[in-house]
Design a protein around this ligand. Structure first.
Ligand SMILES: *[C@@H]1O[C@H](CO)[C@@H](O)[C@H](O)[C@H]1NC(C)=O
Ligand SMILES: *[C@@H]1O[C@H](CO)[C@@H](O)[C@H](O)[C@H]1NC(C)=O
Ligand SMILES: *[C@@H]1O[C@H](CO)[C@@H](O)[C@H](O)[C@H]1NC(C)=O
Ligand SMILES: *[C@@H]1O[C@H](CO)[C@@H](O)[C@H](O)[C@H]1NC(C)=O
Ligand SMILES: *[C@@H]1O[C@H](CO)[C@@H](O)[C@H](O)[C@H]1NC(C)=O
Ligand SMILES: *[C@@H]1O[C@H](CO)[C@@H](O)[C@H](O)[C@H]1NC(C)=O
Ligand SMILES: *[C@@H]1O[C@H](CO)[C@@H](O)[C@H](O)[C@H]1NC(C)=O
Ligand SMILES: *[C@@H]1O[C@H](CO)[C@@H](O)[C@H](O)[C@H]1NC(C)=O
Length: 848
């Protein structure tokens, strides 16, 4: 320990002179005692931005000055010392960057306050909060970086666990092991995490996650202007009611603490040599990462938000969100939409109301199972020892009580949780075993406490059930026949064309595509549980899975009854296995066992582009720089497909729903089921079956079945215009004309009014010149004649540059009416095409 040879310095007020003096002292002290510990700062020994960093005793963490990503600003922070990717877990001066290297130093005062001082003019850029009890005069405080990544100030070098200040009380965007995410109810200290603005900028971002009180506490994520965006639901003893997939696992243990003094969530690593952290990302995802070695890097272990139903209050009060139904919002039984007209237009904000109003004296309760508990914030009451029967009593006696439930599920259910307001943010979650009892008017209930069925409705229901049964029967028989034919055919083929083996049996360019065992994939996807369904891919359902090592994956499972799917599956596996590019979705392996065929991909936490871009609320997360990057990324991915990859590939089904977004909103092209390879200069093909998605297909392909790399360029152009405008080409309507999006964009461009095309939510974040340039490039890509369209390589140059662009000619298909679609759907009746492809969009099948 450095024995300071200078008198104690009281830097109550930081001044330039003091800063200079202390750095002078530092040199003296360093010269006098070079044997000091590398994990501590003493009052005589400030930390400078000269390449030195503190290191925790076990070498896991380092603290010093850094510049994030491509930024040149300097920040004081803590990061993992031993891993190659600079991963910062804490930042001191997040909103006050230092604009030059070595322009600041970190100084500890004799009172135990850490000061980050400008060496240029002596101002304080950041300081740790002042200690509650000043340290006693004789001893000298030290600041130490602990093995947990916690920077602490101790009153004396020997001081035990009593800290004057600690960085764990002031987290940035990262929730580390041993940290407490929550509040001290005595002092009011609120430890919560707040996102960075962007990966290059640690300044305070838009999303915050912390413990909210006013009832039974729960973790809530809020956006600084849109308000609440996500909540975990109340703690049920083993997990939060909204995250029942938080299971015992090999990586960490966790706990929720709620006493008179504090309430927080905490986790501990089972093995300290595993690195795991939880982060709130600039786009608001709450994610856990684990470090999987330098080859794989940080892998997403868990994302708190699973799907659209996790958006806070998406279905309004008394609404219930079910991700498997379409539309996903419904009213709870016994409730009806408050405003049917809005509801029919999929505006769910006003929620639902009771069919029969409550009458306090004679009400009863209806039990709801397999749901996420409604919001408890501001509106709930609890008692940890009451039984469920006592809980019901309390609720029935108070006319403003709307629902009750067991508080804790351990030991078969204990405690009482009661709601006093309209119930909000309920979703279907079968894995939550907590039952919710909702108060209903007596006239709504039958004798046994169930909801009475409306007589009129039930008569109708009988007819519906009858009709369904008959048609289901017919369907089953025909399905049976199809399956039988398929099995027969498969037996003949004997399954030797397994794509995994095809690609790895090639002598020359051996490809290691890992084979996953069926049991592994089944357990990762919870036995292909319907809850894990992410969506419908080209040839079957796509499931979310979590592998045993914690990696999140997306599993595409070939539907067993899809004949066309088998072809597409093979095509996709052989095509994509050989492709590697940061803008193509990565195939991790495949699984072929018995009659199962599956492809395992990296998981894309932000879903597909169409989900975000065409929704007025969700599209707000895509500001202009993000959209610009997405367009650039797609273009780069296509250049790779068209000319840089070994295979040279035409995708043939480019559309917004086939562009997936990773956690940083980087685009990745997916779904190669329809892709075709072409050799050398032969960049054109011909097909009898035109398959693709209406609205994105080029005229020469739709009408003549001729496809080329220029068909992909056309689809790309459509996407560019969709990304800029936030509107779909298919289904685009304007009252004053009959043009589709392409035609509309072209006519605006001709009149010099292209700026009017821009998505209203972009106003503010957009760079006008860049936007106009991209509209122009989009129009060049959708020109009628394929030869007029630029190559993707040329597009990348145009997007990045600022040179003059040629004037576009008339786009292909620029009238809104579905002429082609209507005329072909009748003529294609004899052709059984892959209508299983692309469930969301109409597929065109044309005979030649
Ligand atoms: C401190 O770091 C220096 C080099 O950075 C090293 O030589 C020295 O051994 C370290 N001291 C301790 C106590 O770890
Ligand atoms: C002092 O310098 C910092 C940058 O090092 C700057 O942000 C701040 O505005 C300056 N303060 C004064 C009073 O000049
Ligand atoms: C943060 O929110 C503000 C206001 O809604 C918005 O203007 C800004 O673009 C958002 N920033 C990011 C990085 O999402
Ligand atoms: C912790 O993990 C390391 C590396 O994976 C391993 O070598 C070690 O045996 C593990 N320790 C325990 C106690 O499991
Ligand atoms: C409530 O119920 C009681 C008894 O069931 C009945 O007498 C009373 O009229 C009801 N009040 C209203 C407002 O419906
Ligand atoms: C909860 O109460 C706080 C403080 O009274 C208030 O600001 C907030 O809007 C309330 N939230 C809800 C969801 O009612
Ligand atoms: C909880 O309920 C039990 C049993 O009814 C009662 O004894 C206890 O006082 C209640 N506690 C609180 C804080 O209301
Ligand atoms: C019902 O509960 C509310 C909220 O806790 C409380 O304000 C009110 O006094 C209660 N009413 C009765 C009759 O107990």
């Amino acid at each position: 320990m450095a024995k300071p040879s200078t008198p104690t310095m009281k830097l109550k007020c930081a001044t330039f002179a003091a800063a200079l003096l202390s750095s002078l002292c530092f040199r003296l002290a360093a010269a006098a005692d070079s044997n000091s510990n590398n994990d501590t700062i003493t009052t005589a020994q400030p930390l400078r931005d000269d390449g030195e960093a503190l290191t925790s005793a076990d070498g896991t963490y380092a603290m010093g000055f850094f510049s994030p990503g491509s930024s040149k600003n300097r920040y004081l922070g803590i990061w993992y010392r031993q891993i190659p990717d600079m991963t910062v877990v804490w930042v001191a001066n997040r909103d006050k960057p230092i604009t030059q290297t070595d322009a600041a130093l970190l100084q500890l005062t004799g009172d135990g306050i850490l000061l980050l001082l400008s060496r240029i003019n002596g101002t304080t850029l950041w300081s740790s909060s002042s200690p509650s009890s000043p340290s006693s005069g004789s001893s000298l405080p030290v600041a130490q970086l602990l093995n947990t990544g916690n920077l602490v100030v101790k009153p004396t070098p020997q001081g035990g666990d009593e800290f004057i200040w600690q960085s764990f009380d002031h987290p940035t965007d990262t929730f580390l092991p041993e940290m407490k995410l929550g509040r001290n109810l005595i002092t009011g200290l609120n430890r919560r995490i707040t996102s960075w603005l962007s990966p290059d900028d640690p300044s305070t971002g838009n999303f915050t996650c912390g413990m909210e009180l006013g009832g039974y506490p729960e973790l809530v994520e809020t956006h600084n202007s849109m308000g609440e965006t996500f909540r975990t639901g109340p703690w049920t003893g083993q997990s939060f009611s909204g995250t029942p997939h938080l299971n015992p696992n090999p990586v960490y243990t966790y706990n929720f603490v709620f006493t008179d003094e504090e309430t927080y969530y905490i986790y501990h690593l089972r093995n300290n040599s595993v690195l795991s952290r939880m982060v709130i990302t600039p786009t608001g995802a709450i994610q856990r990462y684990t470090w999987q070695g330098s080859k794989q890097g940080w892998v997403v272990y868990l994302t708190a938000q699973n799907d659209n139903c996790d958006r806070y209050g998406v279905c309004g009060v008394y609404g219930n969100c079910d991700i498997e139904s379409s539309p996903s919002c419904g009213c709870l039984d016994g409730f009806v939409p408050k405003n049917q007209r809005e509801w029919d237009m999929v505006d769910w904000t006003s929620g639902c109301v009771r069919r029969t109003p409550l009458n306090c004296s004679g009400d009863g309760f209806v039990k709801h199972s397999g749901i996420k508990m409604p919001e408890t914030r501001n509106s709930s009451w609890f008692n940890a020892t009451m039984s469920l029967a006592e809980c019901r009593e309390v609720c029935i006696r108070n006319c403003s009580c709307t629902a009750y439930a067991n508080l804790d599920l351990t030991d078969g259910g204990t405690g009482c949780l009661i709601w006093f307001t309209e119930l909000l943010d309920i979703r279907v979650l079968y894995a939550n075993r907590q039952d919710l009892y909702i108060r209903m008017a007596a006239s709504e209930l039958d004798g046994s406490g169930n909801l009475k069925k409306d007589v009129q409705k039930s008569k109708k229901a009988v007819w519906i059930v009858l009709a369904c049964t008959v048609s289901a029967g017919v369907l089953l028989v025909s399905l049976g026949l199809v399956v039988w034919f398929k099995r027969k055919k498969q037996r003949e083929q004997d399954g030797t064309d397994c794509p995994c083996f095809v690609s790895s049996s090639r002598k020359k360019d051996e490809l290691e595509l890992p084979l996953f065992d069926l049991a592994t994939v089944a357990s990762a996807t919870n036995n292909f549980s319907s809850e894990n369904v992410l969506g419908q891919g080209g040839f079957g359902l796509v499931y979310k899975g979590i592998m045993r090592d914690g990696q999140e994956v997306a599993v595409k499972r070939l539907s067993k009854d899809s004949l066309q799917g088998a072809e597409e599956f093979k095509n996709e596996a052989t095509n994509i296995a050989k492709l590697q590019h940061r803008n193509l979705v990565r195939l991790l392996g495949c699984c072929i066992q018995r009659d199962e065929r599956m492809l395992v991909y990296e998981f894309m936490p932000n879903g597909s582009l169409d989900f975000l871009i065409f929704d007025t609320t969700r599209s707000q997360v895509l500001d202009w720089p993000t959209r610009y990057n997405i367009i650039k990324g797609i273009a780069r991915g296509l250049v790779y497909l068209h000319q840089d990859s070994r295979l040279r590939i035409i995708h043939r089904d480019l559309k917004a729903s086939n562009i997936l977004l990773d956690y940083e909103m980087n685009p990745k092209i997916s779904d190669f089921g329809l892709a075709r390879t072409f050799a050398g200069n032969d960049s054109q093909g011909n097909t009898r079956n035109v398959v693709g998605t209406y609205g994105y297909m080029s005229p020469e392909y739709t009408i003549d079945g001729v496809y080329s790399i220029k068909s992909d360029v056309f689809s790309f152009g459509v996407m560019v215009l969709e990304i800029v405008s936030g509107e779909r080409n298919r289904g685009f309507r304007r009252r004053d004309h009959e043009l589709n999006l392409l035609g509309h964009a072209w006519s605006l461009q001709k009149e010099g009014r292209a700026a009017e095309l821009v998505d209203a939510t972009l106003r503010g974040s957009c760079d006008q010149i860049q936007v106009l340039r991209l509209v122009h490039i989009g129009l060049l890509c959708v020109q009628k004649r394929p030869d007029d369209r630029p190559s993707m390589a040329a597009v990348v140059v145009m997007v990045g540059g600022d040179g003059d662009l040629p004037e576009p000619t008339e786009p292909g298909f620029f009238v809104a009416r579905d002429v082609v679609y209507e005329s072909t759907s009748s003529s294609s009746s004899g052709n059984r095409g892959p209508s299983s492809h692309a469930s969301m969009s109409t597929t065109l099948v044309l005979p030649r």
